[in-house]
Design a protein around this ligand. Structure first.
Ligand code: DOR
Ligand code: ZN
Length: 477
């Protein structure tokens, strides 16, 4: 059999090992991995001397703003940024305009993404109090999972109260899909923000004061209890504090299907950066005091935190540099810089490159039911590849990035380790740090290949659906 492409002389990285081997690709899939002489003949060969070959990163947390905010980002610019960052699959959040809350809106977003994406994608469906009735449409239309906003953030999607959250978890549990959580307690934040605003306090530190660690700890703990009760699968987005780790670990130990992510900004930035880049660094949850960093690193390395994601949240310079912190749009881009930032830590000896593959690709693929088609370079897997030069030094310059945002706290930061080529299902989408122009529209939705394990519903007899059925049938106990 003739391969389409054979890559020679690279070092292939898996969560367990780094092997020097050649890799053959046919019809977008890995055809063979092994000694160069064992490779089939190929239409094209590629010399990856000096490069590491990683399964492309899967970023389960991006905001590509399309439809709704084309001045911040769209599917074309967002996925171009991803391609430059060695990211081959993204999961996009529902806080677009309109929010991804019903079947019709979801179908329209699928069409937009399909027409523009350079890389593969999954779409989150909103799980909110107002759209309980449209959950079946979202499932029918094809979502990678649900997003539930326990706390308010950009886009001002209403946070369901605890009663609604329980009911939404009941419904999600039945579906088997994972619910990704913005785990911050809304009541505490709203009250504090109101007080601070009334007192005329409007600096970067006030934002942190409105969102102390307890808002995250409380939300993670409450979500874990509701997930344990219902059997819902949950994912804690953007873990920012050391304090969240205890409820996360305890819930895992109790057998709750709970996973977690952190982001480079919680690992590498702290309140010490606030005066350097006020406004620009504003993000929800906030970048925190330095003492949080080490415990979060340890949790990421020992598996309590399952993965690194980015919360890529582009806004424009004007939206990020307003004097009043309460009017600053929170978030900044990250999908393009995550891999270089983390490879810099590999170079510094913080972790191995296999550790990095586990947290950037293998674990996300497993947790969302995409493994082994994604998150692996074994025979039969999708040929989604980031070829990285671990020795290459680079300075991040926001103006040079693909994202439309052009402003982040990473500007000027030196990194060592850079993705130089990105392949999605066998096709180069970024080559020699240049976008492959006709790869626009090559991306496709991954919901069609998702295989979540069967739902594990618990306390089914107590669900809202069960009790209303029982009561209307006149049965009471
Ligand atoms: O800072 C943030 N920005 N946090 C979020 O949760 C949302 C995001 C956005 O969409 O801008
Ligand atoms: Zn987010």
């Amino acid at each position: 059999m003739k391969a389409d492409l054979v890559i020679h002389n690279g070092k292939i990285v898996s969560p367990d090992a780094v092997i020097e081997a050649s890799l053959a690709i046919k019809d977008g899939k890995v055809l063979a991995v092994g000694a160069p002489e064992a490779m089939p003949p190929a239409t094209e060969t590629f010399d990856a001397s000096g490069l590491h070959i990683l399964p492309g990163a899967i970023d389960v947390h991006v905001h590509f703003r399309d439809p709704g905010y084309p001045h911040k980002e769209d599917w074309e610019s967002g996925t171009a940024a991803a391609a430059f960052g060695g990211v081959t699959t993204v999961f996009d959040m529902p806080n677009t305009i309109p929010a991804t809350a019903n079947g019709e809106i979801l179908a329209a977003k699928h069409a937009i993404a399909k027409s523009k994406a350079h890389i593969d994608f999954g779409l989150y469906g909103l799980l909110g109090d107002e759209n309980l009735a449209t959950v079946p449409e979202l499932l029918q239309g094809g979502i990678i999972g649900f997003k539930l906003y326990m706390g308010n953030t950009f886009g001002k999607i209403a946070s369901p109260d605890t009663g609604a959250t329980l009911e939404l978890f009941e419904v999600a549990a039945q579906s088997g899909k994972r619910v990704s959580l913005h785990a911050e307690n809304n009541d505490i934040m709203e009250r504090r923000q109101k007080r601070l605003m009334a007192a005329g306090i409007r600096d970067q530190f006030a934002h942190l004061a409105a969102r102390p660690a307890v808002v995250a700890v409380e939300a993670v703990s409450r979500a874990a209890i509701l997930a344990e009760w219902t059997g819902a699968r949950i994912h804690v987005l953007h873990i920012s504090t050391a304090d969240e780790l205890r409820p996360l670990r305890e819930a895992k130990a109790r057998g709750v299907d709970i996973t977690g992510e952190t982001c480079p900004h919680y690992l590498m930035l702290s309140t010490e950066d606030y005066t350097r880049v006020p406004g620009v660094i504003a993000v929800n949850p906030p970048v925190r005091q330095k003492h949080n960093q080490e415990p979060i690193w340890q949790a990421l390395l020992n598996g309590s935190i399952d993965m690194v994601a980015t919360d890529h949240a582009p806004h424009t310079p004007e939206e990020k540099t307003r004097n009043d912190i309460w009017t600053v749009d929170c978030g900044f881009p990250g999908v393009e810089t995550q891999m270089p930032l983390m490879l810099t830590e590999v170079n510094a000896g913080r972790m191995t490159i296999s550790d990095y593959v586990r947290m950037s690709s293998y674990n996300p693929a497993r947790i969302w039911g995409l493994y082994p088609q994604k998150g692996s370079l074994s025979v039969g897997a999708d040929a989604d590849i980031a070829m990285v030069d671990l020795g290459r030094e680079h300075t991040i310059r926001d103006v040079e990035t693909q994202s439309r945002s052009k402003i982040s706290p990473w500007d000027g930061r030196k990194v060592k380790g850079l993705p130089v080529h990105t392949i999605v299902r066998g096709r180069f989408v970024m080559k020699d740090r240049t976008l492959v122009a006709d790869s626009k529209g090559w991306g496709q939705s991954v919901h069609t290949i998702q295989h979540m394990p069967p739902p594990q519903v618990r306390n089914a007899e107590h669900t809202m659906q069960a009790i209303t059925t029982q009561c209307s049938a006149g049965r009471r106990e």
